[in-house]
Ligand binder design. Structure first.
Ligand code: ADP
Ligand code: MG
Length: 571
């Protein structure tokens, strides 16, 4: 550990030299009570910035270890620290210290959801922020004096502003309580027979298709109909009360119906996002969904490999088997079938489906079409003929937005109508209509649904290397993952919420290919091992340098399944 004098001496010595001389900064420095770790020094002023950490002893921060005791509160606490450090970093006025990324300081803090991420870390002894820092340069020469100002003055000040409590105690408590309450709501779902819970007063619509911020004007707050209202408990009181009432989305088959533009997709979207806690003020703080609920959609053009979709698609022209279905260019219906089978393979206990992003021929085949096209000329068993078996035989619930076909009335346990953004329980009316007006269709299911066989991924086909680099993971936005020499399109993973999750998926796959996948180990077993590792040792266990946020096993599995190079074996 160097002291302030030594840091200054290094920078005086290398001032004006080539940029490479900055490598001498690697290691740790003590500046007052702040420890500065220089972990990686960028190759030149225009390259990805250097990686540094600033650390303060817990005793200096004004926080007490009890504040963030327990995994849920610690994760929220670290997420909050990253947000505060980001606020402080923005106040530094970046880009004023030379060429390229000189003087830029940033941290990978989150958006509306609260996620486990590597950007900040808190232990019983210290708190730490992980920064990307552009070391100052004039052209490609070291700017020693500027660097000294940055490292000796700015970063320690940033650490104190971002990592110390100051007078923000109420904000901290509110933020952590919010996350803890969300987790408590989530953990009460099963005992109440629910897939999701949305508290009365929640604000579901977003500002725009491009913003996850809450809609500001004219938003109708959620209010549950009496018959679907449930009451859950909150461990941390909110406005003096420890109980909260709201809309319970039950297990089994739930249909969300209603006229176009009446808020169906917005409700489903909120349910999709309820897998994560949200920041106070988001409007969805008390929307909680089973962590094993998975959004599935049609995605024509995707690759499918070794997928057992026979329950939905069988007897293809030419006698092609669908017990182990391969396609480099799947259709709407086969891609949606594969999405469902893969989600269940990864352990999904609920499917979330929107008609807006479904293949029509996968969802229904009405009586007239059945009359015209004989069953033996239609390979598809539509979802309407399988959705009950999924629930009754495999315990997999479905929440389905379906404004376009009443054929689902016969198979739904609950029917919710969205009318001018207000949910109504129309289950009984839908039943009456179903008994009065027959669909006249017959089930297209030829055989009972049998569980699909999990696949065994071949480690060698999951290759993260590129050129001389063993692991090449590159992220462009939320949905584009560069993995080795491949580009993986993740646009169908609608529950991905942060590009750092996308990056973590890349590193998780790289790690799994090297350390977890082995002959005979199927997809669920690989995911179990990854989850165990991440639960135990956190995201740092992936050994990646970049900023990571934790993805769910379902998104990791979905990315794996979309690798164009993936090969699988049957068990
Ligand atoms: P649907 O799926 O029924 O066609 P959407 O959920 O797409 O309808 O919603 C249509 C529009 O209404 C969207 O622009 C959405 O932002 C807005 N909206 C949805 N829910 C609400 C609400 N509770 N209050 C105000 N506007 C809403
Ligand atoms: Mg819609």
């Amino acid at each position: 550990m160097r002291d302030e004098e030594e840091l200054a001496a290094i920078l005086r010595r290398i001032d004006g030299r080539g940029y490479k001389a900055y490598q001498d900064l690697r290691g740790s420095h003590r500046i007052g009570s702040v420890e500065l770790f220089v972990d990686h020094v960028q190759g030149d002023p225009f390259a990805a910035p250097s990686r540094m950490r600033v650390r303060l002893p817990l005793g200096e921060t004004g926080f007490r270890a009890e504040t963030f005791r327990g995994d849920v509160r610690r994760v929220a606490f670290e997420d909050l620290l990253a947000r505060r450090v980001r606020r402080a970093a923005r106040a530094l006025r970046p880009g004023t210290r030379g060429s390229g990324k000189s003087g830029e300081v940033s941290i990978d803090a989150g958006g509306q959801p609260v996620l486990e991420r590597t950007a900040a870390k808190a232990t019983g002894e210290w708190v730490e922020a992980r920064l990307a820092v552009g070391l100052p340069a004039a052209g490609r020469r070291v700017l020693g004096r500027e660097a000294l100002g940055l490292l000796r003055d700015d970063l320690p000040r940033l650490a104190r502003e971002g990592l110390c409590e100051g007078d923000r105690q109420a904000e901290t408590e509110g933020f952590l309580d919010c996350a803890q309450n969300h987790r408590a709501l989530q953990s009460q779902l099963a005992e109440h027979g629910l897939v999701a819970f949305l508290a009365d007063g929640s604000l579901l619509p977003r500002q725009s298709g491009a913003s996850e911020a809450p809609m500001r004007e004219g938003a109708v707050r959620l209010r549950a109909p009496e018959s679907l209202r449930v009451e859950l408990e909150l461990p941390c009181t909110v406005d003096g009360t420890s109980r909260v009432a709201g809309l319970g989305i039950r297990e089994g088959v739930t249909l969300i119906v209603g006229g176009g533009y009446h808020g169906k997709s917005t409700l489903l979207r909120a349910i999709e996002r309820g897998i994560h806690p949200h920041v106070p003020g988001d409007g969805r703080e008390q929307v909680a969904t089973l962590g094993s609920a998975v959004k599935v959609r049609a995605e024509d053009g995707r690759r499918v490999v070794g997928c057992d979709i026979h329950g939905f698609i069988a007897d293809l022209p030419g006698g092609r088997s669908t017990r182990s279905f391969d396609s480099d260019d799947a259709s709407g219906s086969t891609s949606q079938a594969a999405g469902i089978v893969e989600a269940i393979e990864a352990g999904a206990s609920a499917l979330l489906i929107d008609e807006d992003t479904s293949a029509t021929n996968f969802m229904v085949r009405d009586a007239r079409m059945q009359a015209l096209v004989a069953r033996d000329r239609e390979p598809i068993t539509p979802f309407v003929d399988r959705v009950r078996e999924l629930w009754e035989g495999q315990g997999v619930s479905t929440v389905l937005v379906m404004g376009g076909s009443g054929d689902y009335f016969d198979v739904a346990d609950t029917v919710i109508e969205m009318a001018e953004y207000v949910p109504r329980d129309v289950t009984r009316a839908a039943r009456e209509i179903a008994s009065r007006t027959a669909t006249n269709r017959e089930s297209d299911a030829r055989r009972p649904l049998r569980p699909s066989i999990p696949r065994v991924p071949v480690a060698a086909s999951v290759d993260p290397s590129k050129g001389r680099r063993d692991v090449h993971v590159e992220v462009r936005g939320l949905f584009e993952l560069g993995f080795g020499t491949e580009r993986v399109d993740l646009r169908a993973l609608e529950q991905l919420v942060d590009p750092s999750q996308t990056r973590a998926i890349g590193h998780a796959l790289a790690f799994a290919a090297r350390r977890i996948m082995e002959p005979g180990r199927d997809v669920p077993e690989v995911l179990d091992a990854l989850d165990a590792l991440l639960d135990e040792d956190g995201l740092d266990a992936l050994g990646a340098r970049g900023d990571l946020a934790r993805p769910r096993r379902f998104e990791i599995a979905a990315a794996l399944s979309r690798l164009r190079s993936l090969r699988v074996e049957a068990r």
